[in-house]
Design a binder for this molecule. Structure first.
Ligand code: MN
Length: 388
């Protein structure tokens, strides 16, 4: 079976809304031509409650998929088209609320494989797809364990995730709470992961990250080709299919005792080179680092020259000059935030212990605590209905 694997399309992403639709659609429609089924690895939409316009635009793209006479059949309901998906972290809503992937499933545009084992047939071949929709990274390990996902005998088994994975993070990113490849349930023939926005593979081709189809984070790792993957279950090999995307240039400029004109000139040079290099209005992100000449302050910097380029590129300049003290401030905020995070974990731990003492065993007390903080009325409703 030839399976197209498409990552984060982020339909409706505000900053580059048109790109999100045109580039996502290009991947989906190319997959429609080339593959026998499609897997979407989460963050199809950019938000958990997309606008009507975004839903409308997305439905228009998915509607085309219904035109094909798909040979691959969904075993539970052969009238459905073989598009499997999970929700990503951007689409995650609390239990009981309808997320946009569940909405598309209700509209028969796809099959939601979150916590669900779905079997797809192509003649004699059976492919079983199981998924875990995106959860906050600190809950990933427990949620994965609680689902107890196991491959099914006599089939080609695929697990679809949408998480940060320790082995694929960059230097400087915090990895201690992340799941690693070793935490994955054993025995699947193929692991697919969304969430990470550049194409990557691991486990000798058994772990595939297709990457996003649109630039959203303005990070250096988003400069590479964007596209999707076609995996062949017979040869157990895959191919990355690049799509036409808006070019993205990331540049870090470091200064030492710089004056204002130095900075402007270097910025202009970078911008003009990128405009020259790429024909169609590129995205340019410049990070200014280092320090200014003594006596000058960050506020003396005039970046109004940016306006001159507004028709030629999408320009983002981030000013981190003289940021020694600023950096310390950021570190402090980060520290507090991380502390908060661990307090949350700690809270889940105490909560779990208290419940245990009361004779209640929960697989994932963190998720219940999450629901309690996110949507307390829902839990209260549930308790009330049990009291009645
Ligand atoms: Mn994403």
């Amino acid at each position: 079976m030839k399976i197209a694997i498409i990552g984060d399309t982020h339909f409706g992403y505000k900053r580059f809304q048109e790109d999100s639709f045109s580039q996502g659609a290009e991947s989906i429609l190319s997959a429609y031509e080339k593959a026998e089924m499609i897997i979407l690895a989460g963050d199809i939409f950019d938000t958990k409650i997309p606008t009507m316009e975004t839903i409308g635009e997305t439905v228009t793209i998915f509607e085309i998929l219904k035109n094909k006479d798909w040979e691959v059949k969904y075993s539970n309901d052969i009238s459905k088209i073989p598009i499997a998906a999970i929700h990503g972290t951007h689409e995650r809503r609390t239990k009981g609320s309808l997320n946009p992937i569940q909405l598309l499933a209700k509209m028969n545009y796809l099959i939601d494989v979150d916590n669900n084992c779905s079997i797809f047939d192509l003649n004699e071949e059976k492919v079983c797809i199981q998924g875990m929709g995106g959860v906050p990274d600190e809950f990933a390990k427990n949620t994965l364990r609680a689902l107890e996902l196991k491959p099914k005998e006599g089939m080609f088994n695929i697990l679809v995730l949408h998480q940060s994975i320790k082995e694929f993070m960059y230097i400087g990113e915090k990895t201690s709470s992340l799941i690693s490849l070793n935490d994955l349930p054993q025995g699947f023939d193929l692991y697919i992961n969304g969430h990470i926005h550049d194409y990557k593979t691991g486990l000798e081709g058994k772990f595939i990250i297709p990457g996003s189809t649109v630039v959203t984070q303005l990070k250096p790792n988003e400069q590479g080709d964007k596209g999707y993957v076609i995996y062949d279950t017979n040869t157990k090999t895959h191919e990355f299919i690049p799509i036409k995307t808006r070019n993205f240039k990331f540049k870090e400029l470091t200064f030492e005792e710089a004056n204002i004109t130095d900075i402007e000139n270097k910025c202009r040079k970078t911008i003009e080179e990128a405009i020259q290099q790429y024909k169609e209005k590129p995205i340019i992100k410049i990070n200014l680092k280092g320090n200014l000449k003594k006596g000058l302050e960050t506020k003396d910097l005039d970046l109004s020259f940016q306006k001159e380029y507004k028709d030629k590129c999408f320009l983002f300049i981030s000013n981190e000059l003289n940021s020694e003290s600023l950096k310390q401030k950021i570190d402090k905020i980060r520290e507090i935030r991380e502390e908060k995070k661990s307090i949350k974990d700690f809270g889940a731990l105490i909560f779990g212990e208290k419940l245990k003492n009361a004779g209640i065993e929960l697989n994932n007390p963190g998720a219940v605590l999450d629901e309690l903080t996110d949507k307390p009325e829902q839990i209260i409703e549930r308790i009330k209905s049990q009291e009645d």
